[in-house]
Write a protein that binds this ligand. Structure first.
Ligand code: ADP
Length: 477
């Protein structure tokens, strides 16, 4: 993979986007925090300067009261020299704003007298502050106007140099810490995202190998039981199910191929023998008759397959009408009694006089016939078949077909309702393997089901459950 491709892959990865998000959110929070700290620091520093200026004003007013303007002038000069002439200045003004005394103003010449502030001062009788930025100078100046005695206004200014130093230091520390933490945040974010998503990569890798053809692959599951492990477990369960379905489909197509092959081989064999050895019209007629018989069997099988598919898909096949299930069961027993007697199997039928349900009579007849046909087929001579119908108080009709036949092994029981599944792999008995799947499809199309209970060599019970319509339902839905 080229470097360009690798970079493009990283850029499109979820881990990269998550890291970017971490970094973005972190930066935003840092900027907001900086802004609030900045506001807090500048406010505190300004309040401190204002406090200093106010306390100086108090000193000057007491000096003015005792020593007059000369005393104030002396004190101001001493202070401005002590602090540095570039740090502090003062002017003494009359009410009309005329300067009558000041410190050395050569450095502060750009700062004039703000008449508006003086008017505010005289109107509100409270000290007034002003912040002035002098062009080309780094530091701002905080200026206070205050009345310190009758007819005397003091303009006191202080450079905010210290503020600038503190704020600049703060800004540098902030930028350095933010850059450092940003790098750490991106690194940690990338690491965490990669760690969290490594499970997804595991699953993607397995999916890739499976699409390459090996359905036996499974995602390794760790013991943490976190969301990724849950995903891996669900993915593995899905693979188990798919593998089972694929195996079933494979087995089913093998069964179909086998079931189609036998009659076609028979048709071909009969045709070949008649062609090579047959001389009379009777032999050709026999061949035609057996071909028709085999074709009917094939058609019957194909029609049953179609019927199962349509019934399962609910494609408008079920035409429900009110029908007497007890009568249908009795008729079916009568029909199969001769067959059972022929095999020396005792067939008993216990039915109430009437059990009315909403159903498709043809389908229900077919379902019962399939179950009875199996019972007779898989019960050896001397055995017994018992058909019981009863309508329970729980609005469910129970039709049980119980036999003392060969039974079904526990391994085969879950599969007997699959299409084309036959417990006897040699397929020695006649049958298509479709009877039970059609019976269950019909029961389910009637909102019911077929349940199997069986013991090998003891017998089987197929229990059909069907809903009983409420008395209040005079017509079928
Ligand atoms: P088939 O046409 O082979 O009878 P079914 O779908 O009706 O097909 O039944 C599937 C398989 O279930 C049968 O091949 C048989 O092995 C088994 N089976 C069905 N009914 C019985 C039963 N009453 N007793 C024992 N085995 C049965």
């Amino acid at each position: 993979m080229s470097l360009k491709q690798k970079l493009a892959d990283i850029r499109h990865s979820l881990a990269f986007r998550l890291s970017l998000w971490y970094a973005g959110v972190f930066l935003l929070i840092a900027i907001v925090a900086f802004f609030f700290f900045y506001l807090l620091i500048t406010t505190v520093l300004r309040q401190q300067t204002d406090q200093d200026l106010i306390s100086e004003v108090r000193t000057f007013s007491s000096i003015l009261a005792v020593q007059g303007t000369e005393g104030v002038k002396q004190q101001a000069l001493i202070e401005s020299q002590a602090a540095g002439e570039k740090k502090i200045f003062f002017r003494l003004l009359t009410i009309s704003g005329q300067v009558f005394s000041s410190s050395n103003m050569s450095y502060w010449r750009d700062i004039g007298i703000n008449r508006v502030r003086i008017q505010e001062l005289l109107r509100d009788q409270r000290s007034v502050f002003d912040t002035i930025r002098i062009p080309d100078r780094r530091h701002q100046v905080r200026v206070l106007y205050a009345v310190i005695g009758p007819g005397v206004i003091l303009q006191l200014g202080r450079s905010m140099e210290n503020h600038t130093h503190i704020i600049e230091a703060f800004r540098k520390i902030f930028v350095a810490t933010t850059v450092l933490l940003l790098v750490v945040a991106v690194g940690v974010g990338w690491f965490m995202a990669r760690r969290a998503l490594s499970g997804v990569a595991r699953i993607a890798g397995t999916a890739r190998r499976i699409s390459g053809g090996s359905l036996d692959e499974r995602v390794p599951v760790k013991k943490q039981q976190d969301e990724i492990d849950q995903l891996a477990l669900t993915f593995n369960q899905m693979l188990d199910r798919i593998q089972q379905l694929v195996n079933e489909i494979r087995e089913m197509s093998d069964n179909i191929a086998h079931d189609l092959k036998s009659p076609i081989t028979r048709i071909r064999g009969t045709a070949e023998v008649t062609l090579t050895t047959g001389q009379s019209l009777a032999e050709y007629k026999n061949m035609a008759a057996s071909t028709i018989e085999e074709c009917d069997r094939l058609l019957g099988m194909i029609n049953t397959m179609l019927m199962i598919s349509r019934t399962e898909a609910g494609l408008g096949q079920v035409q429900r009408k009110q029908m007497d299930l007890a009568a249908v069961v009795r008729d079916a027993c009568e029909l199969f009694r001769a067959l059972a007697e022929e095999k020396r199997v005792d067939l008993q039928c216990h039915c109430p006089a009437h059990v009315f349900i909403c159903g498709d009579i043809r389908m229900i007849q077919r379902m019962i016939a399939n179950l009875l046909d199996n019972a007779v087929k898989y019960t050896p001579g001397g055995g017994r078949i018992e058909v019981t119908l009863d309508a329970g108080s729980d609005r469910t009709v129970r039709l049980a077909v119980r036999d003392t036949g060969i039974g079904i092994s526990p391994e085969d029981q879950p599969r007997v309702f699959d299409r084309f599944y036959r417990c006897d792999p040699s397929r020695s008995r006649p049958g298509t393997g479709l009877g039970l799947s059609l019976a269950r499809a019909i029961a389910r199309a009637h909102q019911g089901d077929v349940i199997l209970e069986s013991q090998p060599q003891q017998g089987s019970t197929f229990l059909v459950l069907l809903p009983l319509p409420a008395d209040a339902e005079p017509v079928c839905p």
